[in-house]
Design a binder for this molecule. Structure first.
Ligand SMILES: *Cc1c(COP(=O)(O)O)cnc(C)c1O
Length: 484
């Protein structure tokens, strides 16, 4: 072994560096969660500035140790534990989950094949069964963890394509006589449409059902589009609903949609990547009632369950369906056998598969699912308070009354035309980002630009939200000084 290899694996220097890293992160956590850190929530650099910054770093790397690197990378990150982080649906990570993930990456047990990751694989099954039970599915339900909601939707829909066809689409491919049609919500996450295109479904097989004035699917419109598709000789196999939608955080009427699918023998897929954890709460559980009737469901742990990315559950009401996304055989990996649940690679995209279950299990083992209930309840309640604050101010308009922790709104002065309002809101957001004090995102709903605030952060208070609205008003008077 060379000297450098032996040094790289030296346990005492690992111990030293490890303690230092934990010290750095703990100090950071203390500062950032109270909003007292000296750096902004988003230390904004343009992409080319960021690139030159790291070019310089690489050139000077000989003069600076790994500890410096740890600190520099923190300084150049967006700070999700900062109470003014109000952006995308990515949470401030639970320290315990991050620690467990670190252990997991060190052990590097992969969960595709049983021998390579037996503990993680069994814990994965344990979590899947627990989650299925909590959402109300019976013990026939089954599934697996995969790398994100995007891949989760693709895997579930691949299974639908195979199950809902008389012929073996996996082997024969799609042709004009067997092309299945999927009804999806006009508010579906882009990954749903992307999955269908990857699957070779094409525009012909994708029917987007527009949402109603409340931005949800309603059964009348679903029926209308379903019948129209049948009139057009389409072979409709599946309906995809949201719990909740990504842009506005609103829940589709799952019970009605599930009943409709049952009557028409359609597969019901629920994209609950964001909103499923409502199920842990007493207060908001009703929003997601009916999810237990879905044939397949996708749930992200790395959103409101505060896990480091990525870990997503794909659940199937009927265990055997969880084996049908890939009807492919890889003889060198698996012995020919029945649907062995412990060789997860048969059911998931990943071959070398990250051990995603450990961090989730450690969280539940330590804090119980009560922690999820506390988090979701607090965040959803804050969503209601924020909507109240917005309603009370002149010149602010909600896109919809929120049901979850996603709140969309815009600044709008009377008599301004839509184009002007859009321009103003885009400018405000750009200035907010560049200032770096707050981080929010924007979305477009019916050609109108709205600010989109995801309350992902357990440290965010009403006071923070008031100061955000104040800051938006102040920016308007900077952008439009004459009018004020
Ligand atoms: C976040 C989200 C996704 C995408 O999940 P990733 O884990 O980011 O791949 C899909 N659908 C919905 C409804 C989401 O909110």
């Amino acid at each position: 072994m060379t000297k450098s290899l032996s040094e790289a694996f030296d346990s005492s220097s690992f111990r030293k560096t490890g303690y230092k890293l934990i010290d750095i992160i703990s100090d950071y956590l203390e500062l950032v969660k109270t909003g007292k850190s000296s750096f902004p929530v988003l230390p904004y650099k343009t992409p080319s500035e960021m690139y030159s910054f790291w070019e310089d770093d690489f050139q000077n790397s000989e003069n600076s140790g790994i500890e410096d690197f740890f600190k520099i990378i923190i300084e150049n990150s967006i700070h999700l534990h900062n109470p003014k982080y109000l952006g995308h649906q990515v949470p401030p990570v639970l320290p315990l989950a991050a620690l467990t993930d670190f252990l997991s990456s060190f052990l590097n047990n992969a969960t595709g094949v049983y021998e390579m990751g037996s503990a993680g694989i069994v814990l994965e099954r344990f979590l899947i069964k627990l989650l299925a039970k909590i959402i109300g599915m019976d013990k026939d339900a089954d599934g697996f963890l995969t790398s994100g909601g995007t891949l989760g939707n693709l895997t579930a829909l691949l299974a639908v394509r195979q199950i809902a066809s008389d012929n073996d689409i996996w082997r024969e491919g799609i042709n004009s006589s067997n092309n299945p049609t999927f009804l999806i919500s006009g508010e579906s996450h882009y990954s749903v449409e992307r999955a269908l295109h990857i699957m070779g479904i094409g525009n012909n097989g994708i029917v987007k059902v527009p949402v109603n004035d409340n931005h949800k699917l309603d059964i009348k419109t679903v029926e209308k589009f379903y019948n129209k598709a049948l009139d057009d000789n389409k072979r409709v196999v599946c309906l995809v609903g949201n719990a909740c939608s990504t842009s506005l955080g609103l829940y589709d009427p799952l019970n009605e949609l599930a009943d409709f699918c049952k009557e028409q023998h359609l597969w019901f897929h629920v994209d609950a990547a964001h909103g499923a954890p409502a199920v842990f709460t007493k207060k908001y559980k009703a929003l997601i009632s009916g999810i237990e009737k879905a044939d397949s469901v996708v749930i992200d742990f790395h959103k409101m369950m505060m896990q480091p990315a990525l870990v997503t559950a794909v659940l199937f009401k009927d265990s055997k369906h969880s084996y049908q996304a890939f009807s492919q055989k890889a003889a060198y990996l698996w012995e020919e056998s029945e649907e062995d649940w412990y060789n997860l690679g048969k059911r998931t995209f990943e071959c070398t598969k990250d051990t995603m279950s450990l961090k989730v299990y450690a969280t539940i083992r330590t804090y119980g699912t009560k922690l999820f209930e506390d988090n979701v309840t607090q965040l959803f309640e804050l969503g209601q308070k924020f909507a109240d604050l917005i309603e009370k101010r002149n010149n602010f308009e909600l896109a919809a009354w929120p049901e979850s922790n996603i709140v969309c709104y815009r600044y709008k002065e009377k008599n301004d035309d839509e184009e002007k309002i859009n321009d103003l809101n885009k400018k405000i957001r750009q200035l907010l980002i560049e200032e770096g004090e707050f981080f929010i995102v924007q979305t477009e709903i019916n050609d109108k630009i709205f600010f989109r605030t995801c309350l992902m952060n357990t440290f965010t208070t009403e006071k923070v939200l008031i100061s955000l609205l104040d800051r938006i008003e102040a920016l308007v008077s900077i952008i439009n000084p004459v009018k004020q």
